[in-house]
Design a protein around this ligand. Structure first.
Ligand code: HEC
Length: 69
């Protein structure tokens, strides 16, 4: 799910910066990351609040937190 939807901008599964920033080892809070995924950022990142369920967004958050590099 991450690879197909987010990987275009967050490369190598979020481990490296591409069009979007590196996500692994983020110092942001869980709330910040969830809000960003739901609302996106105008001109930079699409909003996924109406694309994914809350459960799916939590799964993405767990994936990001599980990245080890
Ligand atoms: C069209 C490109 C694009 C796509 C697709 C995209 N993003 Fe992003 N994302 C960005 C950009 C650009 C930023 C940085 C915006 C800023 O803060 O200036 C960002 C920022 C983020 C942040 C905040 C990181 C931080 O430390 O501030 C998270 C979390 C994030 N994206 C997750 C995701 C997830 C999860 C997906 C897939 C569901 C996704 N993104 C899809 C471009 C994208």
């Amino acid at each position: 799910m991450f690879a197909t939807t987010c990987g275009f901008c967050h490369q190598e599964g979020g481990r490296h910066a591409g069009r979007g920033p590196k996500l692994s080892k983020s110092e942001r809070s869980d709330e910040y990351l969830v809000e960003r995924i739901k609302k996106g950022k105008v001109g930079a990142m699409p909003a996924y609040g109406s694309v994914f369920s809350d459960g799916q967004i939590i799964a993405i958050l767990a994936y990001i937190r599980g990245l080890d590099d």
